[in-house]
Write a protein that binds this ligand. Structure first.
Ligand code: GDD
Ligand code: MG
Length: 363
């Protein structure tokens, strides 16, 4: 089976992390976001993966090429000269996606859930249409594509991208399976699959929706990245509790704590719930961590307090310092001792030695 992952775009909403690596390579629960998807595709029997890239392809190749051998798959980097949107990349990869009659998956790279690829494929083959869109429900649908079905069916009547007026709360989860005939509808030019292609397939009554069970999140911005991480850790606690630190360990407070085996934790810490600690991180004594992500190589010094925040690669937080309010430290940021930072996005390679009390960008 084949799949294409849309990994273009500049990931601006996930800055400052995406100033250092492209969005699909930002670590999510201690591995590149896109690797979760590649592993799930491999599990479902996919052997041919196209990565549709338009930004920093070299970085992506360097990190991901090695997984070809590891998983026994082919990864093709399909590089766009101009951004082709969410449909154009399918036309660019026509030779691979259309090489046989079997359907192929298409994924947005920034969504996390328990990927139901095998069930989607069975469902897609059973209805005989041209496309199946994975759907979930959200409270605030205006930031997503909304699907409206014909009453009592799975057939999509209307697809409305980022609706201004309320049309429903069942949304496009950003994961599809298509029959190769969809390629006849797509030209090699910048095209939005959501705005230009889906409405036409729906009009031909060939587009269906498949309901996702369980959690879902688009993790393309810091607030949602933290929520998505919490949801992922809760799901991991049910599926593979051995991956998390057991609640009986004295620093664990409330569960759902993922610590890389190479990280070092000091004495008297209070960690959790919903905390991820990356490779080679050092956490000092008496540190308090809640609902936060520490990337690889970070150093949280004694008695610091980090809550609702993301600490980027190789950054440090001083003794008795305090981060909160969706603070995001880019790569190699240093917060001095006893400093308070609330809601700041701090650009890479910056040192902070005065309190930052108001949300904003620190350059
Ligand atoms: N190759 C390539 N080229 N990829 C692109 C391009 C491009 O020009 N533009 C965007 N992408 C990729 C992004 O990297 C991402 O993986 C995916 O296409 C979707 O783009 P986003 O920018 O994340 O879109 P969104 O989050 O606003 O909306 C999309 O996702 C929602 C679910 O999270 C839409 O598909 C919505 O309908 C959907 O509900
Ligand atoms: Mg997105």
């Amino acid at each position: 089976m084949k799949a294409l992952i849309l990994v273009g775009g500049f990931g601006t909403r996930l800055r400052p992390l995406t100033l250092t690596v492209p969005k699909p390579l930002v670590d999510f629960a201690n591995k590149p976001m896109i690797l979760h998807q590649i592993e799930a595709l491999v599990q479902a029997g996919v052997t041919d993966i196209v990565l549709a890239v338009n930004y920093k392809p070299e970085v992506m190749v360097a990190v991901l090429k090695k997984y070809e051998e590891k998983f026994g798959i082919t990864i093709t980097f399909s590089v766009e000269e101009v951004p082709l949107g969410t449909a154009g990349p399918l036309a660019l990869a026509r030779d691979i996606l259309g090489k046989d009659d079997s359907p192929f998956f298409v994924l947005n790279a920034d969504v996390t859930c328990e990927y139901p690829f095998e069930k989607m494929r069975d469902f897609h083959l059973s209805h005989g249409g041209e496309g199946t869109i994975l759907a979930t429900t959200v409270d605030e649908p205006s930031n997503y594509g909304v699907v409206v079905v014909h009453p009592n069916t799975t057939m999509i009547d209307r697809f409305v991208e980022k609706p201004v007026e309320y049309v429903g709360n069942r949304i496009n989860a950003g994961i599809y399976i298509f029959s190769p005939s969809i390629l006849n509808r797509i030209e090699l030019r910048p095209t939005s699959i959501e705005k230009e292609i889906f409405p036409r397939i729906a009009k031909d009554r060939l587009l269906h929706t498949f309901d996702l069970e369980g959690y879902w999140m688009d993790v393309g911005q810091p607030k949602d990245f933290l929520t998505g991480t919490s949801l992922y850790l809760s799901s991991l606690a049910k599926r593979k509790p051995e991956m998390l630190v057991p609640a009986s360990v004295d620093f664990v407070n409330g569960g759902n704590v993922l610590v890389h085996p190479t990280a070092k934790i000091g004495k008297g810490c209070k960690i959790g719930p919903n905390v991820t600690i990356g490779a080679n991180a050092i956490v000092g004594d008496g540190v308090c961590l809640q609902r936060c992500v520490l990337m690889d190589g970070t150093h949280i010094k004694d008695h610091a307090w980090v809550k609702n925040s993301i600490v980027g690669w190789h950054s440090s937080v001083g003794r008795w310092a305090r981060l909160d309010g969706i603070t995001v430290l880019g790569d190699d940021v240093h917060i001095a001792d006893e400093i308070y930072v609330n809601g700041a996005s701090v650009l890479p390679h910056k040192s902070i030695s005065a309190n930052v009390c108001e949300p904003g960008i620190v350059m």
